[in-house]
Design a protein around this ligand. Structure first.
Ligand code: PLP
Length: 481
């Protein structure tokens, strides 16, 4: 039996004709319009019916034959191949197939969640550095020098580019008093991957983990992905107080921001940090120290990292270039106790392979030539000025309405605003063109304090004034409602 006439086939003039023929014919076969054994008209006939060249037709037919849609029988013609009746389109609609496997428990929990909107461009959004002050021309010059090196187009190693690890070890030893050498460093795709790696290598499903409450939601999410039970430990404006730690703990790890609590801003005193280290050694708990913004302390001297406060501390130290350089770089680092390096490298290899090499080499040169340190010095001054301006505005405009939580601030500060629905406040603030995060969103459990975390690093003077004036109006109207 011959295929019916092809007159219903409309071709679009400015699209590749051979591709259109291939798609139209294969669709008719898959949809069951053309059935097994039906013979196609001769290629010359198809070409003349459709007004295309014979070469176009033979090209499309050859591909359909090669893929098994058609069979050519020399001397008798080209026929629709067998086997397509079984595969009617309804039968492959996976959404209507209850017998297909469902999602994992983790996937099911994720499917129920709405994806939060990201307002990364709005002033007061947390975690965004002052990108206008980034020394882009120096960065581009360094990157251009690096991108001519053929070596950087290939693979290099899962641990990260050795000159970057060496430059980082030197920098962190001096600036953060971290005790490490380059062999203990693993370069990751941001701090977020570093936290995920810790969860993957150290935790079994259901293992208990201690987290700060309030705390960094990104860390909680990464830890929860490993079916882990999270136990919150209350933290206030002074940072974690050792008295809040459970005397006996089965937790394998505790995630902590000891030198600048996220988000409240508290700094653990040196005796408290030593007590935390003692507790960790006594209870057999790994401490995951997230040193996310300690480069930007304005009060007194920079606080030394927990990791370096004693020899052989049970600390996995992690940091990121997201705030010190820029977030799109997606580079972070983990400093591991030596026995953990091997398993972490395997896990990194299986998770995503290597971190981007050209970026690593660019950062290495940027640090080696002193641009990194110079940039940080400038940003420290700049952020301090922004913070002082914002703190003064808050004191004058929000007196009696909002109270800053802690004295210290790196790139954001937190306001306690009692008596409001802070999620609704954030929504209204976003509609007015300003970012910010609800304080309650950092807490787990009932009785969550309300307020706002405001990132000031990406604001200018005009935006700070407009933002705080708008916030005052919004707090007043939210209190009334
Ligand atoms: C406390 C804390 N840790 C880690 C990160 C993640 O940084 P990265 O961009 O390197 O994944 C952030 C980002 O805002 C953060 O606030």
């Amino acid at each position: 039996m011959q295929i019916p006439a092809l007159s219903d086939l409309a071709l679009i003039a400015d699209q590749p004709l051979q591709r259109q023929l291939y798609q139209a014919f294969s669709l008719r076969i898959r949809d069951g319009l053309w059935r097994e054994g039906q013979r196609l008209p001769a290629s010359r006939q198809i070409a003349s019916d459709l007004g295309v060249s014979r070469n176009t037709v033979t090209g499309a037919l050859s591909q359909l034959i090669a893929e098994g849609f058609l069979v050519a029988r020399p001397g008798s013609g080209t026929f629709v191949a067998a086997g397509f009746e079984r595969h009617q389109p309804e039968a492959v609609n996976w959404q209507q197939q209850p017998q297909l496997p469902g999602l994992s428990h983790y996937g099911t929990a994720l499917a129920a969640k709405a994806m939060p909107e990201v307002h990364a461009q709005l002033p007061f959004t947390l975690g965004i550095p002052d990108l206008r002050a980034f020394p882009l021309s120096v960065w581009n010059r360094v990157q251009r020098q690096q991108q001519d090196r053929l070596h950087l187009l290939g693979y290099d190693g899962y641990q990260g580019y050795a000159p970057l690890r060496e430059a980082l070890a030197d920098y962190l030893r001096v600036s953060r008093q971290v005790q490490c050498h380059a062999d203990q460093i693993v370069i990751t795709q941001g701090a977020q991957q570093a936290i995920s790696l810790c969860a993957q290598v150290l935790l079994d499903p259901g293992d208990p983990v201690l987290v700060e409450n309030p705390g960094y939601v990104g860390a909680r999410r990464a830890l929860q992905a490993h079916a882990t039970a999270l136990t919150p430990v209350d933290v206030d404006h002074r940072g974690l107080q050792p008295a809040q730690l459970p005397a006996a703990s089965a937790a394998k790890i505790m995630y902590i921001t000891p030198t600048h609590h996220y988000p409240l801003g508290g700094i653990m005193s040196a005796p408290d940090r030593l007590e935390l280290l003692d507790w960790a050694a006594r209870t057999g708990t790994w401490l995951i120290e997230d040193d996310y913004d300690s480069e930007f302390h304005f009060h007194g001297h920079p606080i030394a990292a927990l990791q370096g406060m004693a020899a052989q501390t049970p600390v996995l130290y992690l940091g990121s270039f997201s705030k010190t350089l820029f977030p799109a770089l997606r580079l972070g680092y983990l400093i591991l106790p030596e026995p953990l390096v091997g398993p972490f490298l395997h896990a990194k290899r299986h998770m995503d392979g290597e971190s981007p090499l050209l970026q690593q080499a660019t950062v290495a040169q940027f640090v080696q030539e002193g641009h990194f340190q110079r940039h940080l010095r400038r940003m420290r001054v700049r952020y301090r000025e922004k913070w002082e301006h914002l703190a003064a505005l808050i004191a004058s405009e929000l007196d009696g309405l909002a109270t800053p939580v802690a004295e210290s601030a790196g790139m954001h500060l937190v306001l306690r605003i009692p008596g409001v629905n802070d999620d609704a406040l954030v929504r209204d603030l976003t509609d007015a063109g300003f970012g910010g995060t609800a304080l309650s969103s950092y807490y787990v459990g009932q009785d969550r304090p309300t307020g706002l975390a405001l990132g000031f690093a990406n604001t200018d003077e005009r935006q700070r004034i407009a933002g705080i004036c708008r916030l005052r109006e919004l707090i007043l109207s939210h209190r009334k409602s």
